[in-house]
Design a protein around this ligand. Structure first.
Ligand code: NDP
Length: 453
């Protein structure tokens, strides 16, 4: 690391103690950008990087609600408004007990670069709560969402900040949040994306992140004259992103053999076909059950319980050609990365945000596999959110085919921008550096144009 990068990182660590995920995300970006700031001293003198790592605004608030037993519960709510140089803040809301300030800052920071890569005018933000929707009744989730929005509404707006879903926030939660916003503000606007189809949602928005990660993998494979057809794939997670990555992979002739949740993973050597995936979707989206049930339902499949004492994640030890981590951050460590490569994997496309830790990423890059970092590979979700905002502004809806075509084009453009930026800065084939550089340049130039703000 250069002295400049070292000084910057030391500052980040001192100013933001106990936020390891934020440090990790910043370090990866700063390492990629050293060559850029060396070549462009104007970014350095305007302290663009120093400003980028400081959120424009952080809102933290109390979320009181009443459970079905009549007891008062108190959660903590957050919204990180990271950067608005190229458009209104945009990024999901995460409801998960692990949520804290550092995790949301890492996600908001990554979102700035990702949104810039989509080619759409979107700034970066992220938010959420340590509320756990698991095991709560629909009415409890509604009460929580209404209380959360009763504070959040004053900080957001269709030209200011437009949240969407993330872990633990799907169509049900977006519905409750939107209903409460509309009730308080007395306005029907596109203030959230991921809305229901008949009240302003875009077709393909639920599918977009998973589909996009698969399109990105196909784009990477094309550079080696290969396709996804006939490839065996490991997918982690079994939520929104994992489900639609699996759907698109099967449609393109690949075979998905794993899925997981926070309790464990299933391995099905026969592949998770359309009918099995429909069963998983009903299990996860309607019955809200555990993935373990898959192995009872389908013969030939096995279930492995999550073991917190293991120093690796056994889902990544199965033989395969491609891996799509679609659950959560840091689910692939260096050991897992080695297992993946030993098992034959040559393509990793990150559906989740930062699922590979720093050493795993280094291993993928050293071994020159096709590694698509989340910032680029999972940008399809926010891209279609951007398309949802455009449709809301026009009060018009595009067809499923039109949105899917735009999504494919955007993923291709992101791939091209990433490859080109890597080449221009002498790191050919390195998608991590390419995505960081391409995402950075657009935001940095806008920040230079807008003065010291
Ligand atoms: P969902 O809540 O729909 O699904 C998350 C899945 O990951 C579930 O299977 C969940 O298991 C599992 N999971 C969550 N936390 C953990 C954990 N700590 N350890 C192991 N497994 C875990 O979320 P999404 O599918 O929307 O999001 C998945 C990833 O994709 C996240 O990293 C998110 O930030 C990223 N992403 C999502 C986008 C979107 O459009 N939704 C856009 C871009 C990125 P369980 O059911 O047990 O909780």
């Amino acid at each position: 690391m250069s002295t400049y990068a070292e000084a910057l990182m030391s500052d980040v660590q001192t100013k933001n103690p106990a936020e390891p995920e934020f440090h990790q995300a910043v370090e990866e970006v700063v390492e990629s950008l050293v060559a850029v700031v060396d070549r462009h001293p104007e970014y350095r003198s305007a302290k663009v990087l120093e400003r980028l790592i400081e959120p424009e605004r952080v809102v933290m608030f109390r979320v009181p609600w009443i459970d079905d037993q009549g007891d008062v519960r108190v959660n903590r709510g957050f919204r990180i408004e990271m950067n608005s140089a190229i458009g209104p803040y945009k990024g999901g809301l995460r409801f998960h007990p692990s949520v804290n300030l550092g995790i949301l800052k890492f996600l908001a920071f990554e979102q700035v670069f990702k949104n810039s890569l989509t080619t759409l005018p979107l700034g970066g933000g992220k938010g959420g709560s340590d509320f756990d929707p698991k095991g709560k009744s629909d009415i409890e989730v509604m009460r929580f969402c209404q209380s959360f929005m009763t504070e959040l509404f004053r900080h957001i707006g269709h030209n200011t900040d437009v949240p969407a879903g993330d872990i633990g926030v799907g169509g049900r939660e977006i519905g409750f949040l939107f209903g409460q916003y509309k009730r308080i503000v007395n306005e029907f606007t596109g203030v959230l994306t991921g809305k229901g189809r008949n009240w302003g949602g875009s077709l393909i928005r639920p599918e977009a992140t998973g589909y996009g990660a698969v399109y990105f993998a196909a784009n990477m494979l094309e550079t080696r004259d290969e396709s996804l057809e006939g490839k065996t794939c490991l997918v982690s997670g079994s939520g929104n992103v994992a489900q639609f990555a699996t759907e698109k992979l099967s449609a393109l002739g690949a075979k998905v053999v794993t899925l997981s949740d926070s309790s464990g993973y299933i391995h099905d050597p026969d592949g998770i076909d359309e009918a099995k995936l429909a069963w998983v979707m009903a299990l996860k989206n309607e019955r809200r059950g555990r993935i373990a049930e898959y192995a009872d339902e389908f013969s030939g499949a096995s279930y492995v319980e999550h073991d917190p004492n293991l120093d690796h994640n056994p889902i990544w030890s199965h033989a395969a050609d491609c891996a799509f981590p679609c659950a959560t951050q840091n689910e692939i460590n260096e050991r897992d990365a080695k297992h993946l490569l030993d098992g034959g994997v040559t393509v990793v496309s990150e559906g989740a945000n930062m699922p590979s830790d720093a050493k795993a990423v280094d291993h993928f890059i050293d071994r020159k596999i096709l590694f698509g970092p989340g910032k680029a590979a999972n940008a399809g979700g926010v891209a279609v959110s951007g398309l949802e905002m455009a449709q809301n502004s026009m009060r018009y809806s595009w067809t499923r085919e039109e949105v899917d075509e735009r999504l494919k084009l955007i993923m291709k453009d992101i791939h091209t921008a990433t490859v080109d930026a890597a080449e221009r800065f002498d790191v050919k084939g390195n998608y991590v550096a390419g995505a960081n550089i391409a995402g950075f340049l657009k935001v940095a130039d806008a920040m230079l144009d807008q003065g010291i703000v």
